[in-house]
Design a protein around this ligand. Structure first.
Ligand SMILES: [Zn+2]
Length: 222
């Protein structure tokens, strides 16, 4: 019944590309070409950081739609890119349970948006796997911070230093879990460094950070 309802809805409201509004698909083949890229390691410190989409105007629009407008089609595009990297790095992970920890937005932004972008994104990533990963929203902001996009790269480290606390019950993670940080965009890498610092103090050791795309002076973009 749902399929026929969907077909009916598509007749009335045909799908449109989230970037260029072309009719036919949620994300058209032309715009996809500006987005799709091979999975690559963009940094190894403090943990390997992986990314798998091109940073471009298309990427900026997709991230904003998912983050600010709660747009499901845009979130699915981000999730697909993240899942691609996870599949790449976890090919030899065997039966290890995947635990996805989203990089958090500030409490102020969560309130303003009315939803938790990182958690929604990680849950959407989880739908790509038969063995559904655990989404653990273990990181929370413990003080107000400035929006990282509004300040210079050099000031971002200081802005975030000590800003995350860990909120996870004891035993939420087992030593055999493959723990990954999840984000939509890595710029200076300071959010990842702060996340690793905070989690380490709670004896949680993420093995890699996975973002849909990456940009910044710290990374060689290919
Ligand atoms: Zn398009």
């Amino acid at each position: 019944m749902f399929d026929s309802l969907r077909s009916l809805l598509e007749l009335v409201y045909p799908p449109q590309c989230i970037n260029c509004n072309a009719l036919g698909e949620d994300f058209c083949e032309v715009c996809k070409q500006e987005w799709i890229a091979p999975t690559r390691c963009i940094s190894v410190s403090p943990i390997p950081m992986w990314s798998s989409a091109h940073y471009s105007r298309v990427a900026t629009r997709i991230i904003l739609l998912a983050k600010e407008n709660n747009n499901l089609a845009a979130r699915k595009v981000l999730a697909q890119a993240i899942a691609q990297s996870i599949e790449h790095i976890s090919a030899n992970a065997g039966a290890r349970r995947l635990v996805l920890i989203p990089i958090p937005s500030s409490k102020k932004m969560n309130r303003k948006r009315g939803f938790t972008h990182g958690q929604s994104l990680a849950q959407e990533v989880g739908r790509h796997f038969n063995n559904r990963p655990v989404v653990l929203s273990a990181l929370v902001h413990n003080r107000s911070v400035r929006d990282q996009s509004e300040i210079a790269m050099s000031a971002r480290e200081l802005n975030l230093h000590g800003a995350y606390s860990v909120n996870a019950r004891k035993g939420a993670i087992s030593p055999s879990d493959l723990v990954l940080l999840i984000d939509d965009l890595i710029t200076s890498g300071s959010s990842v460094r702060e996340a690793v610092r905070a989690l380490k103090s709670a004896n949680i050791f993420p093995e890699a950070a996975i973002s849909a795309c990456a940009v910044g002076a710290a990374f060689r973009l290919r």
